[in-house]
Design a protein around this ligand. Structure first.
Ligand code: TYD
Ligand code: MG
Length: 459
């Protein structure tokens, strides 16, 4: 029996009838009509009829085979994958249209092909023609690489080709939203099409020990269109992000069955494709100013410390409600820091517009940046520039106290490596900062009030 269902393209929730808004995720205009294949009765019948063997249980301890990996030679990409591509794994690379997914993956595939690992290297595009991809390869100076191109978006054809590929091959499908199969009665890009195409592809790839990399476009809301259903059927989910008008791009691990998550790789988009950024800290603070309101913070992106500049600007507000404009940080966190400053340090910002910017198109997510933001605000309020050799790290509590942060010593070492000489930080257990004191002067600050006095009274 074939039945009609209404499914949200954002969260995958099923509804009995069409509605303008999905009750589950709250997104608008995301529900479309789809065909459900099979009915409960049919599923039950098949399950009852199957004569499967029972499963074999094993102990926790046993022979471990470390998944063999392919090193592409693009270090940033390899690190984000947890040390190279795992043979036979399925990877989803999501990102806004035009951010550079096709460019990145063509570069990865071509560098991999040049390293002559086992298997072949295939690029199947459902979006662009062969000519377009060739033009891109030429621009990237990779035309000589042994990559096999195809422009196709028919699932059955791709599955048949996959079946004939040698073991250990790598296949890029650009993009999963363009694939379709007649088995499903809805248009390409709908949840049912995407789910079926992706799971069939992955099943076949696992059988044949082929690595598949799926490209997925992201909707405005930030979810991979057609949607979260893909995230749990793949082994690894990477997001490629960045400001379109900024040259930096960040590849971020969201899920990885074979390695750590929260790892990032940083690239720069140039005329000849994406270049790896080997020393991001130096680049992000390259154009720093020594104006009041500028502070250097040492963030942690995955396992790696990155120095970034936080800038604030305070200007008299011409409206009743002052503006709070934040780029690269959390606006509710800024509101909290402002409230703590006003309450604990008795400064008034009620009639001031506040602008906060994290330079380089980066986005800070950890609370360890609180003290740096507070220092930037204090520096703006009192028009005092901070030393250009200073870094600040620490979390701020509602009582105005500065709280400890994790991985202190890696952050401080990175700052010392780049020539910073002094760090303001909360008091840390001696063990955490052992050995770093010799490289950088540490000034422990316990409260926001002390921070304010330190900045106010400096030369
Ligand atoms: P693309 O890889 O097509 O993006 P996606 O697959 O994510 O949609 O990248 C397109 C953008 O990248 C386009 O705006 C042009 C830019 N670009 C460069 O700046 N330099 C290059 O060498 C290439 C190939 C693309
Ligand atoms: Mg593309």
């Amino acid at each position: 029996m074939v039945s009609i269902i209404y499914q949200c393209q954002n969260c995958g929730a099923q509804h009995k009838k069409w509605a303008g808004k999905c009750d589950e995720c709250g997104s608008w205009n995301s529900i479309t009509q789809e065909t459900a294949i099979g009915s409960q009765a049919k599923i039950k019948k098949i399950i009852n009829r199957s004569k499967a063997d029972d499963i074999e249980f094993l102990g926790l301890k046993g022979e471990q085979s470390v998944p063999p990996r392919m090193i592409s030679g693009m270090n940033e990409f390899d690190r984000v994958c947890g040390g190279g591509l795992v043979f036979g794994s399925a990877i989803l690379v999501g990102g806004d249209p035009g951010i550079g997914k096709s460019t990145l993956l063509l570069q990865v595939l071509a560098t991999l092909a040049q390293k002559k690992t086992t298997g072949q290297h295939y690029y199947i595009s459902g979006e662009e023609g062969i000519e377009q991809i060739r033009m891109r390869a030429e621009r990237l100076h990779l035309s000589e690489a042994k990559v096999m191109l195809a422009a196709n978006n028919h699932l059955t054809n791709i599955l048949l080709s996959l079946d004939k590929m040698p073991i250990g091959s790598v296949v890029i499908i650009d993009s999963i939203q363009t694939l379709y199969t007649e088995a499903i009665d809805s248009a390409p890009g709908t949840v049912a099409q995407i789910r079926t195409c992706a799971s069939e592809l992955i099943r076949m790839a696992k059988q044949k020990n082929i690595t598949v990399i799926l490209v997925g476009h992201v909707t405005k809301e930030g979810a991979i269109a057609g949607p979260k259903v893909l995230e749990h059927i793949v082994d690894c989910v990477l997001y490629f992000e960045g400001e379109r008008h900024h040259q930096f791009r960040i590849l971020r691990t969201v899920k990885n069955r074979f390695g750590p998550t929260d790892e990032i790789g940083i690239f720069e988009m140039t005329d000849s494709g994406l270049q790896e950024v080997i020393n991001p800290s130096a680049i992000f603070i390259k154009d720093r100013t020594t104006q009041p309101g500028s502070v250097i913070f040492v963030g942690l992106e995955g396992t790696r410390p990155v120095l970034m500049e936080i800038q604030t600007l305070i200007a008299p507000s011409s409206f009743g409600t002052p503006r709070r404009s934040v780029v690269g940080w959390d606006s509710s966190r800024l509101a909290m820091i402002i409230a703590v400053l006003e309450t604990r340090c008795r400064v008034s910002l009620a009639s001031q517009d506040i602008f906060l910017n994290v330079t380089g198109g980066l986005r800070i997510q950890e609370p360890a940046a609180d003290m740096a933001v507070a220092a930037a605000l204090i520096s703006s309020i009192f028009k005092k520039s901070l030393s250009e050799k200073l870094v600040i790290i620490g979390e701020v509590g509602l009582g105005g106290e500065i709280r400890g942060i994790n991985h202190c010593s890696i952050r401080l070492k990175e700052a010392a490596k780049l020539g910073f000489e002094i760090a303001y930080l909360p008091s840390q257990p001696k063990k955490q900062i052992a050995g770093v004191e010799k490289q950088i002067t540490l000034k422990e600050i316990a409260t926001l009030e002390k921070l304010m006095n330190t900045i106010r009274t400096q030369e």
